[in-house]
Design a protein around this ligand. Structure first.
Ligand code: ATP
Length: 515
């Protein structure tokens, strides 16, 4: 069912010009996508929502735009050259390559699903008197599966902590995990595989000229810490925000724009006094969840997931997970990165990256709390939340389905469609007159083709919050019909009032005021 919805979302994205496969006429490039005419609008609106929430609403946060190419030593210092690896395993029969950790996590998820199945069955049987907690504490089948989850989790975590590749393989063997393609358990050894793309700079050959496409935008912020702090006269605590492309040679590159090889991140590094990082970590967790919830989708679809295993640079980390059509998955990471990155860059660059604290009268390296959200994953989250197939009662005993994208109005690619009822009698001219007043504040579409009903459906399918229909009476009384996407309600209003009605809903200000 969920799988079916996901397929529909992918097909819909293509049909209406949101997302195309990269180089499609050459059969595409795996895990690389292009944003079409409406996708680019939606993406720009998400970026604006994030940027304004960070930079405009916080006087102590500024934004930068650093280059994708950076000095190769940056990635030595950050640890990416030596430790940005995925453990990979190949199936000898299908020749397919998998991430060993993902195979194990999927196995663990199967045990979890068995528990869910038991719970659902019992809930149905017991009806209103069902007590989930009690059931999970006492049901033998649930307990047996929970025990399996605990054992596999323990082994898995220990193997990851010790970087024990043989043990990862052994878990796959012990749990009889089979290749989804060949169905066989004929596995190779587990090997580490670096996720960074490299390329050559200039005409020099050899290792010295190897540079990397950045796998995260954060390092562009760290290496500019002092530039921004000094030129912006920033005092702690302060933040630097950035939106930009990142590249990872992902092996498990599936699930549409969830995991891509070229993607975009919206990251903010918040520099704080050492010792204050935990308080800021909690603050940013809360603030970031609020940013997501302000979009108005169901709160049940979001949850925090605290990391069991911390990256070498972190002293606390949590994800905001969203329930995608394929399950709860990471949407955003909030990490307390300590002074690891700035210290590393001090050491490798031999330049001091410190802060002079006037009150304490001393220099120190600030600590960092980072928020890092995938722009493309946010895009997918919005599509998944917005896509609806509504059954409409037509009144005569018949029903009809309308496909509608209930995108938050402030983010919608097109804000208003202006539709002359017929394409004659001066109605197109009147419609264009209205469009010419609205277009400075709103992305508008003009459409005069097909019946009005069909035109409404086309706008529903791309998420346009308002349609304005100009009819013959409009020429006499200066009134038009305004139709609301979500309720399909129609309202007769004065042309002079349109701007205000639209603005109340689509102005980004109203979204930002909720934060
Ligand atoms: P995952 O565990 O899903 O691989 P990650 O923990 O490696 O993600 P981070 O390094 O914390 O991800 O990156 C921050 C954010 O960037 C993620 O929360 C996600 O939204 C986004 N992101 C990371 N990798 C990709 C990718 N390959 N495609 C699209 N978005 C990504």
């Amino acid at each position: 069912m969920a799988d079916d919805t996901f397929k529909k979302i992918i097909a819909h994205s293509k049909e209406y010009g949101f997302i195309f496969q990269s180089s499609e006429i050459y059969d595409g490039l795996s895990a690389v996508y292009d944003y079409g005419q409406l996708g680019a609008e939606l993406k720009n609106n998400i970026k604006r929502y994030w940027w304004e929430a960070m930079v405009k609403l916080n006087e102590n946060i500024v934004g930068i735009d650093s280059a994708i190419f950076m000095h190769p030593t940056v990635w030595k210092a950050s640890g990416h050259v030596d430790a940005f690896n995925d453990p990979l395993i190949d199936n000898k029969d299908s020749k397919k390559r998998y991430r060993a950790d993902v195979l194990i996590e999927e196995q663990r998820e199967k045990f979890q699903q068995k528990i869910e199945k038991e719970v659902k069955k019992a809930a149905k049987r017991f009806g209103d008197s069902f007590d989930r907690a009690e059931f999970e504490r006492t049901n033998q089948r649930v307990l047996a599966n929970q025990e399996k989850i605990n054992i596999i989790t323990n082994r898995f975590q220990t193997a990851l902590e010790n970087n024990d590749l043989d043990e990862l393989r052994q878990i796959i063997i012990d749990y009889e995990i089979a290749c989804p393609v060949s169905g066989s358990r004929n596995w190779t050894e587990v090997r580490q595989f670096n996720l960074m793309f490299d390329t050559k700079l200039g005409s020099v050959s050899g290792d010295a000229s190897t540079i990397y496409l950045r796998p995260e935008t954060a390092q562009g912020i760290f290496v500019n810490y002092l530039n921004v702090q000094k030129t912006g006269r920033m005092r702690l605590p302060f933040g630097i925000a950035q939106i930009g492309k990142a590249f990872r040679n992902e092996i498990v590159a599936r699930q549409f724009i969830f995991r891509m090889r070229e993607f975009e991140q919206m990251e903010m590094q918040f520099f704080v006094k050492p010792g204050e990082e935990m308080q800021w970590f909690e603050t940013w967790k809360e603030k970031r969840l609020k940013w997501h919830l302000a979009l108005g989708f169901s709160a049940d679809k979001y949850r925090f997931h605290d990391h069991d295993k911390l990256a070498h640079y972190a002293n606390a980390a949590a994800d905001i997970e969203f329930e995608f059509p394929f399950g709860f998955k990471e949407l955003e990471g909030i990490h307390s990165r300590t002074d690891f990155d700035l210290n590393q860059h001090q050491e490798y660059s031999k330049k001091k990256l410190q802060y002079f604290d006037n009150e304490e009268g001393k220099n120190y390296v600030p600590y960092v709390v980072e928020t890092s959200v995938g722009l493309d994953r946010t895009f997918l989250m919005i599509l998944a939340n917005s896509f609806e197939e509504e059954v409409i009662d037509k009144g005569d005993g018949k029903t009809d389905t309308r496909t509608v994208l209930k995108i938050p109005a402030a983010l919608a690619p097109v804000k208003v469609a202006i539709l002359p009822l017929v394409k004659k009698d001066g109605l197109p001219e009147k419609a264009r007159e209205i469009l010419n007043t609205l277009k400075f504040d709103n992305n508008c579409q003009y459409d005069e083709k097909d019946s009005i009903g069909k035109r409404y459906r086309r706008q529903d399918a791309i998420g346009t919050p308002f349609c304005i229909t100009v009819d013959h009476d409009s020429l006499i009384d200066n009134m038009v019909t305004i139709r609301h996407r979500d309720t399909m309600k129609q309202q007769r209003v004065n042309i002079a009032d349109i701007e205000k009605i639209i603005d109340e809903k689509v102005n980004m200000k109203n979204l930002l005021k909720q934060l």
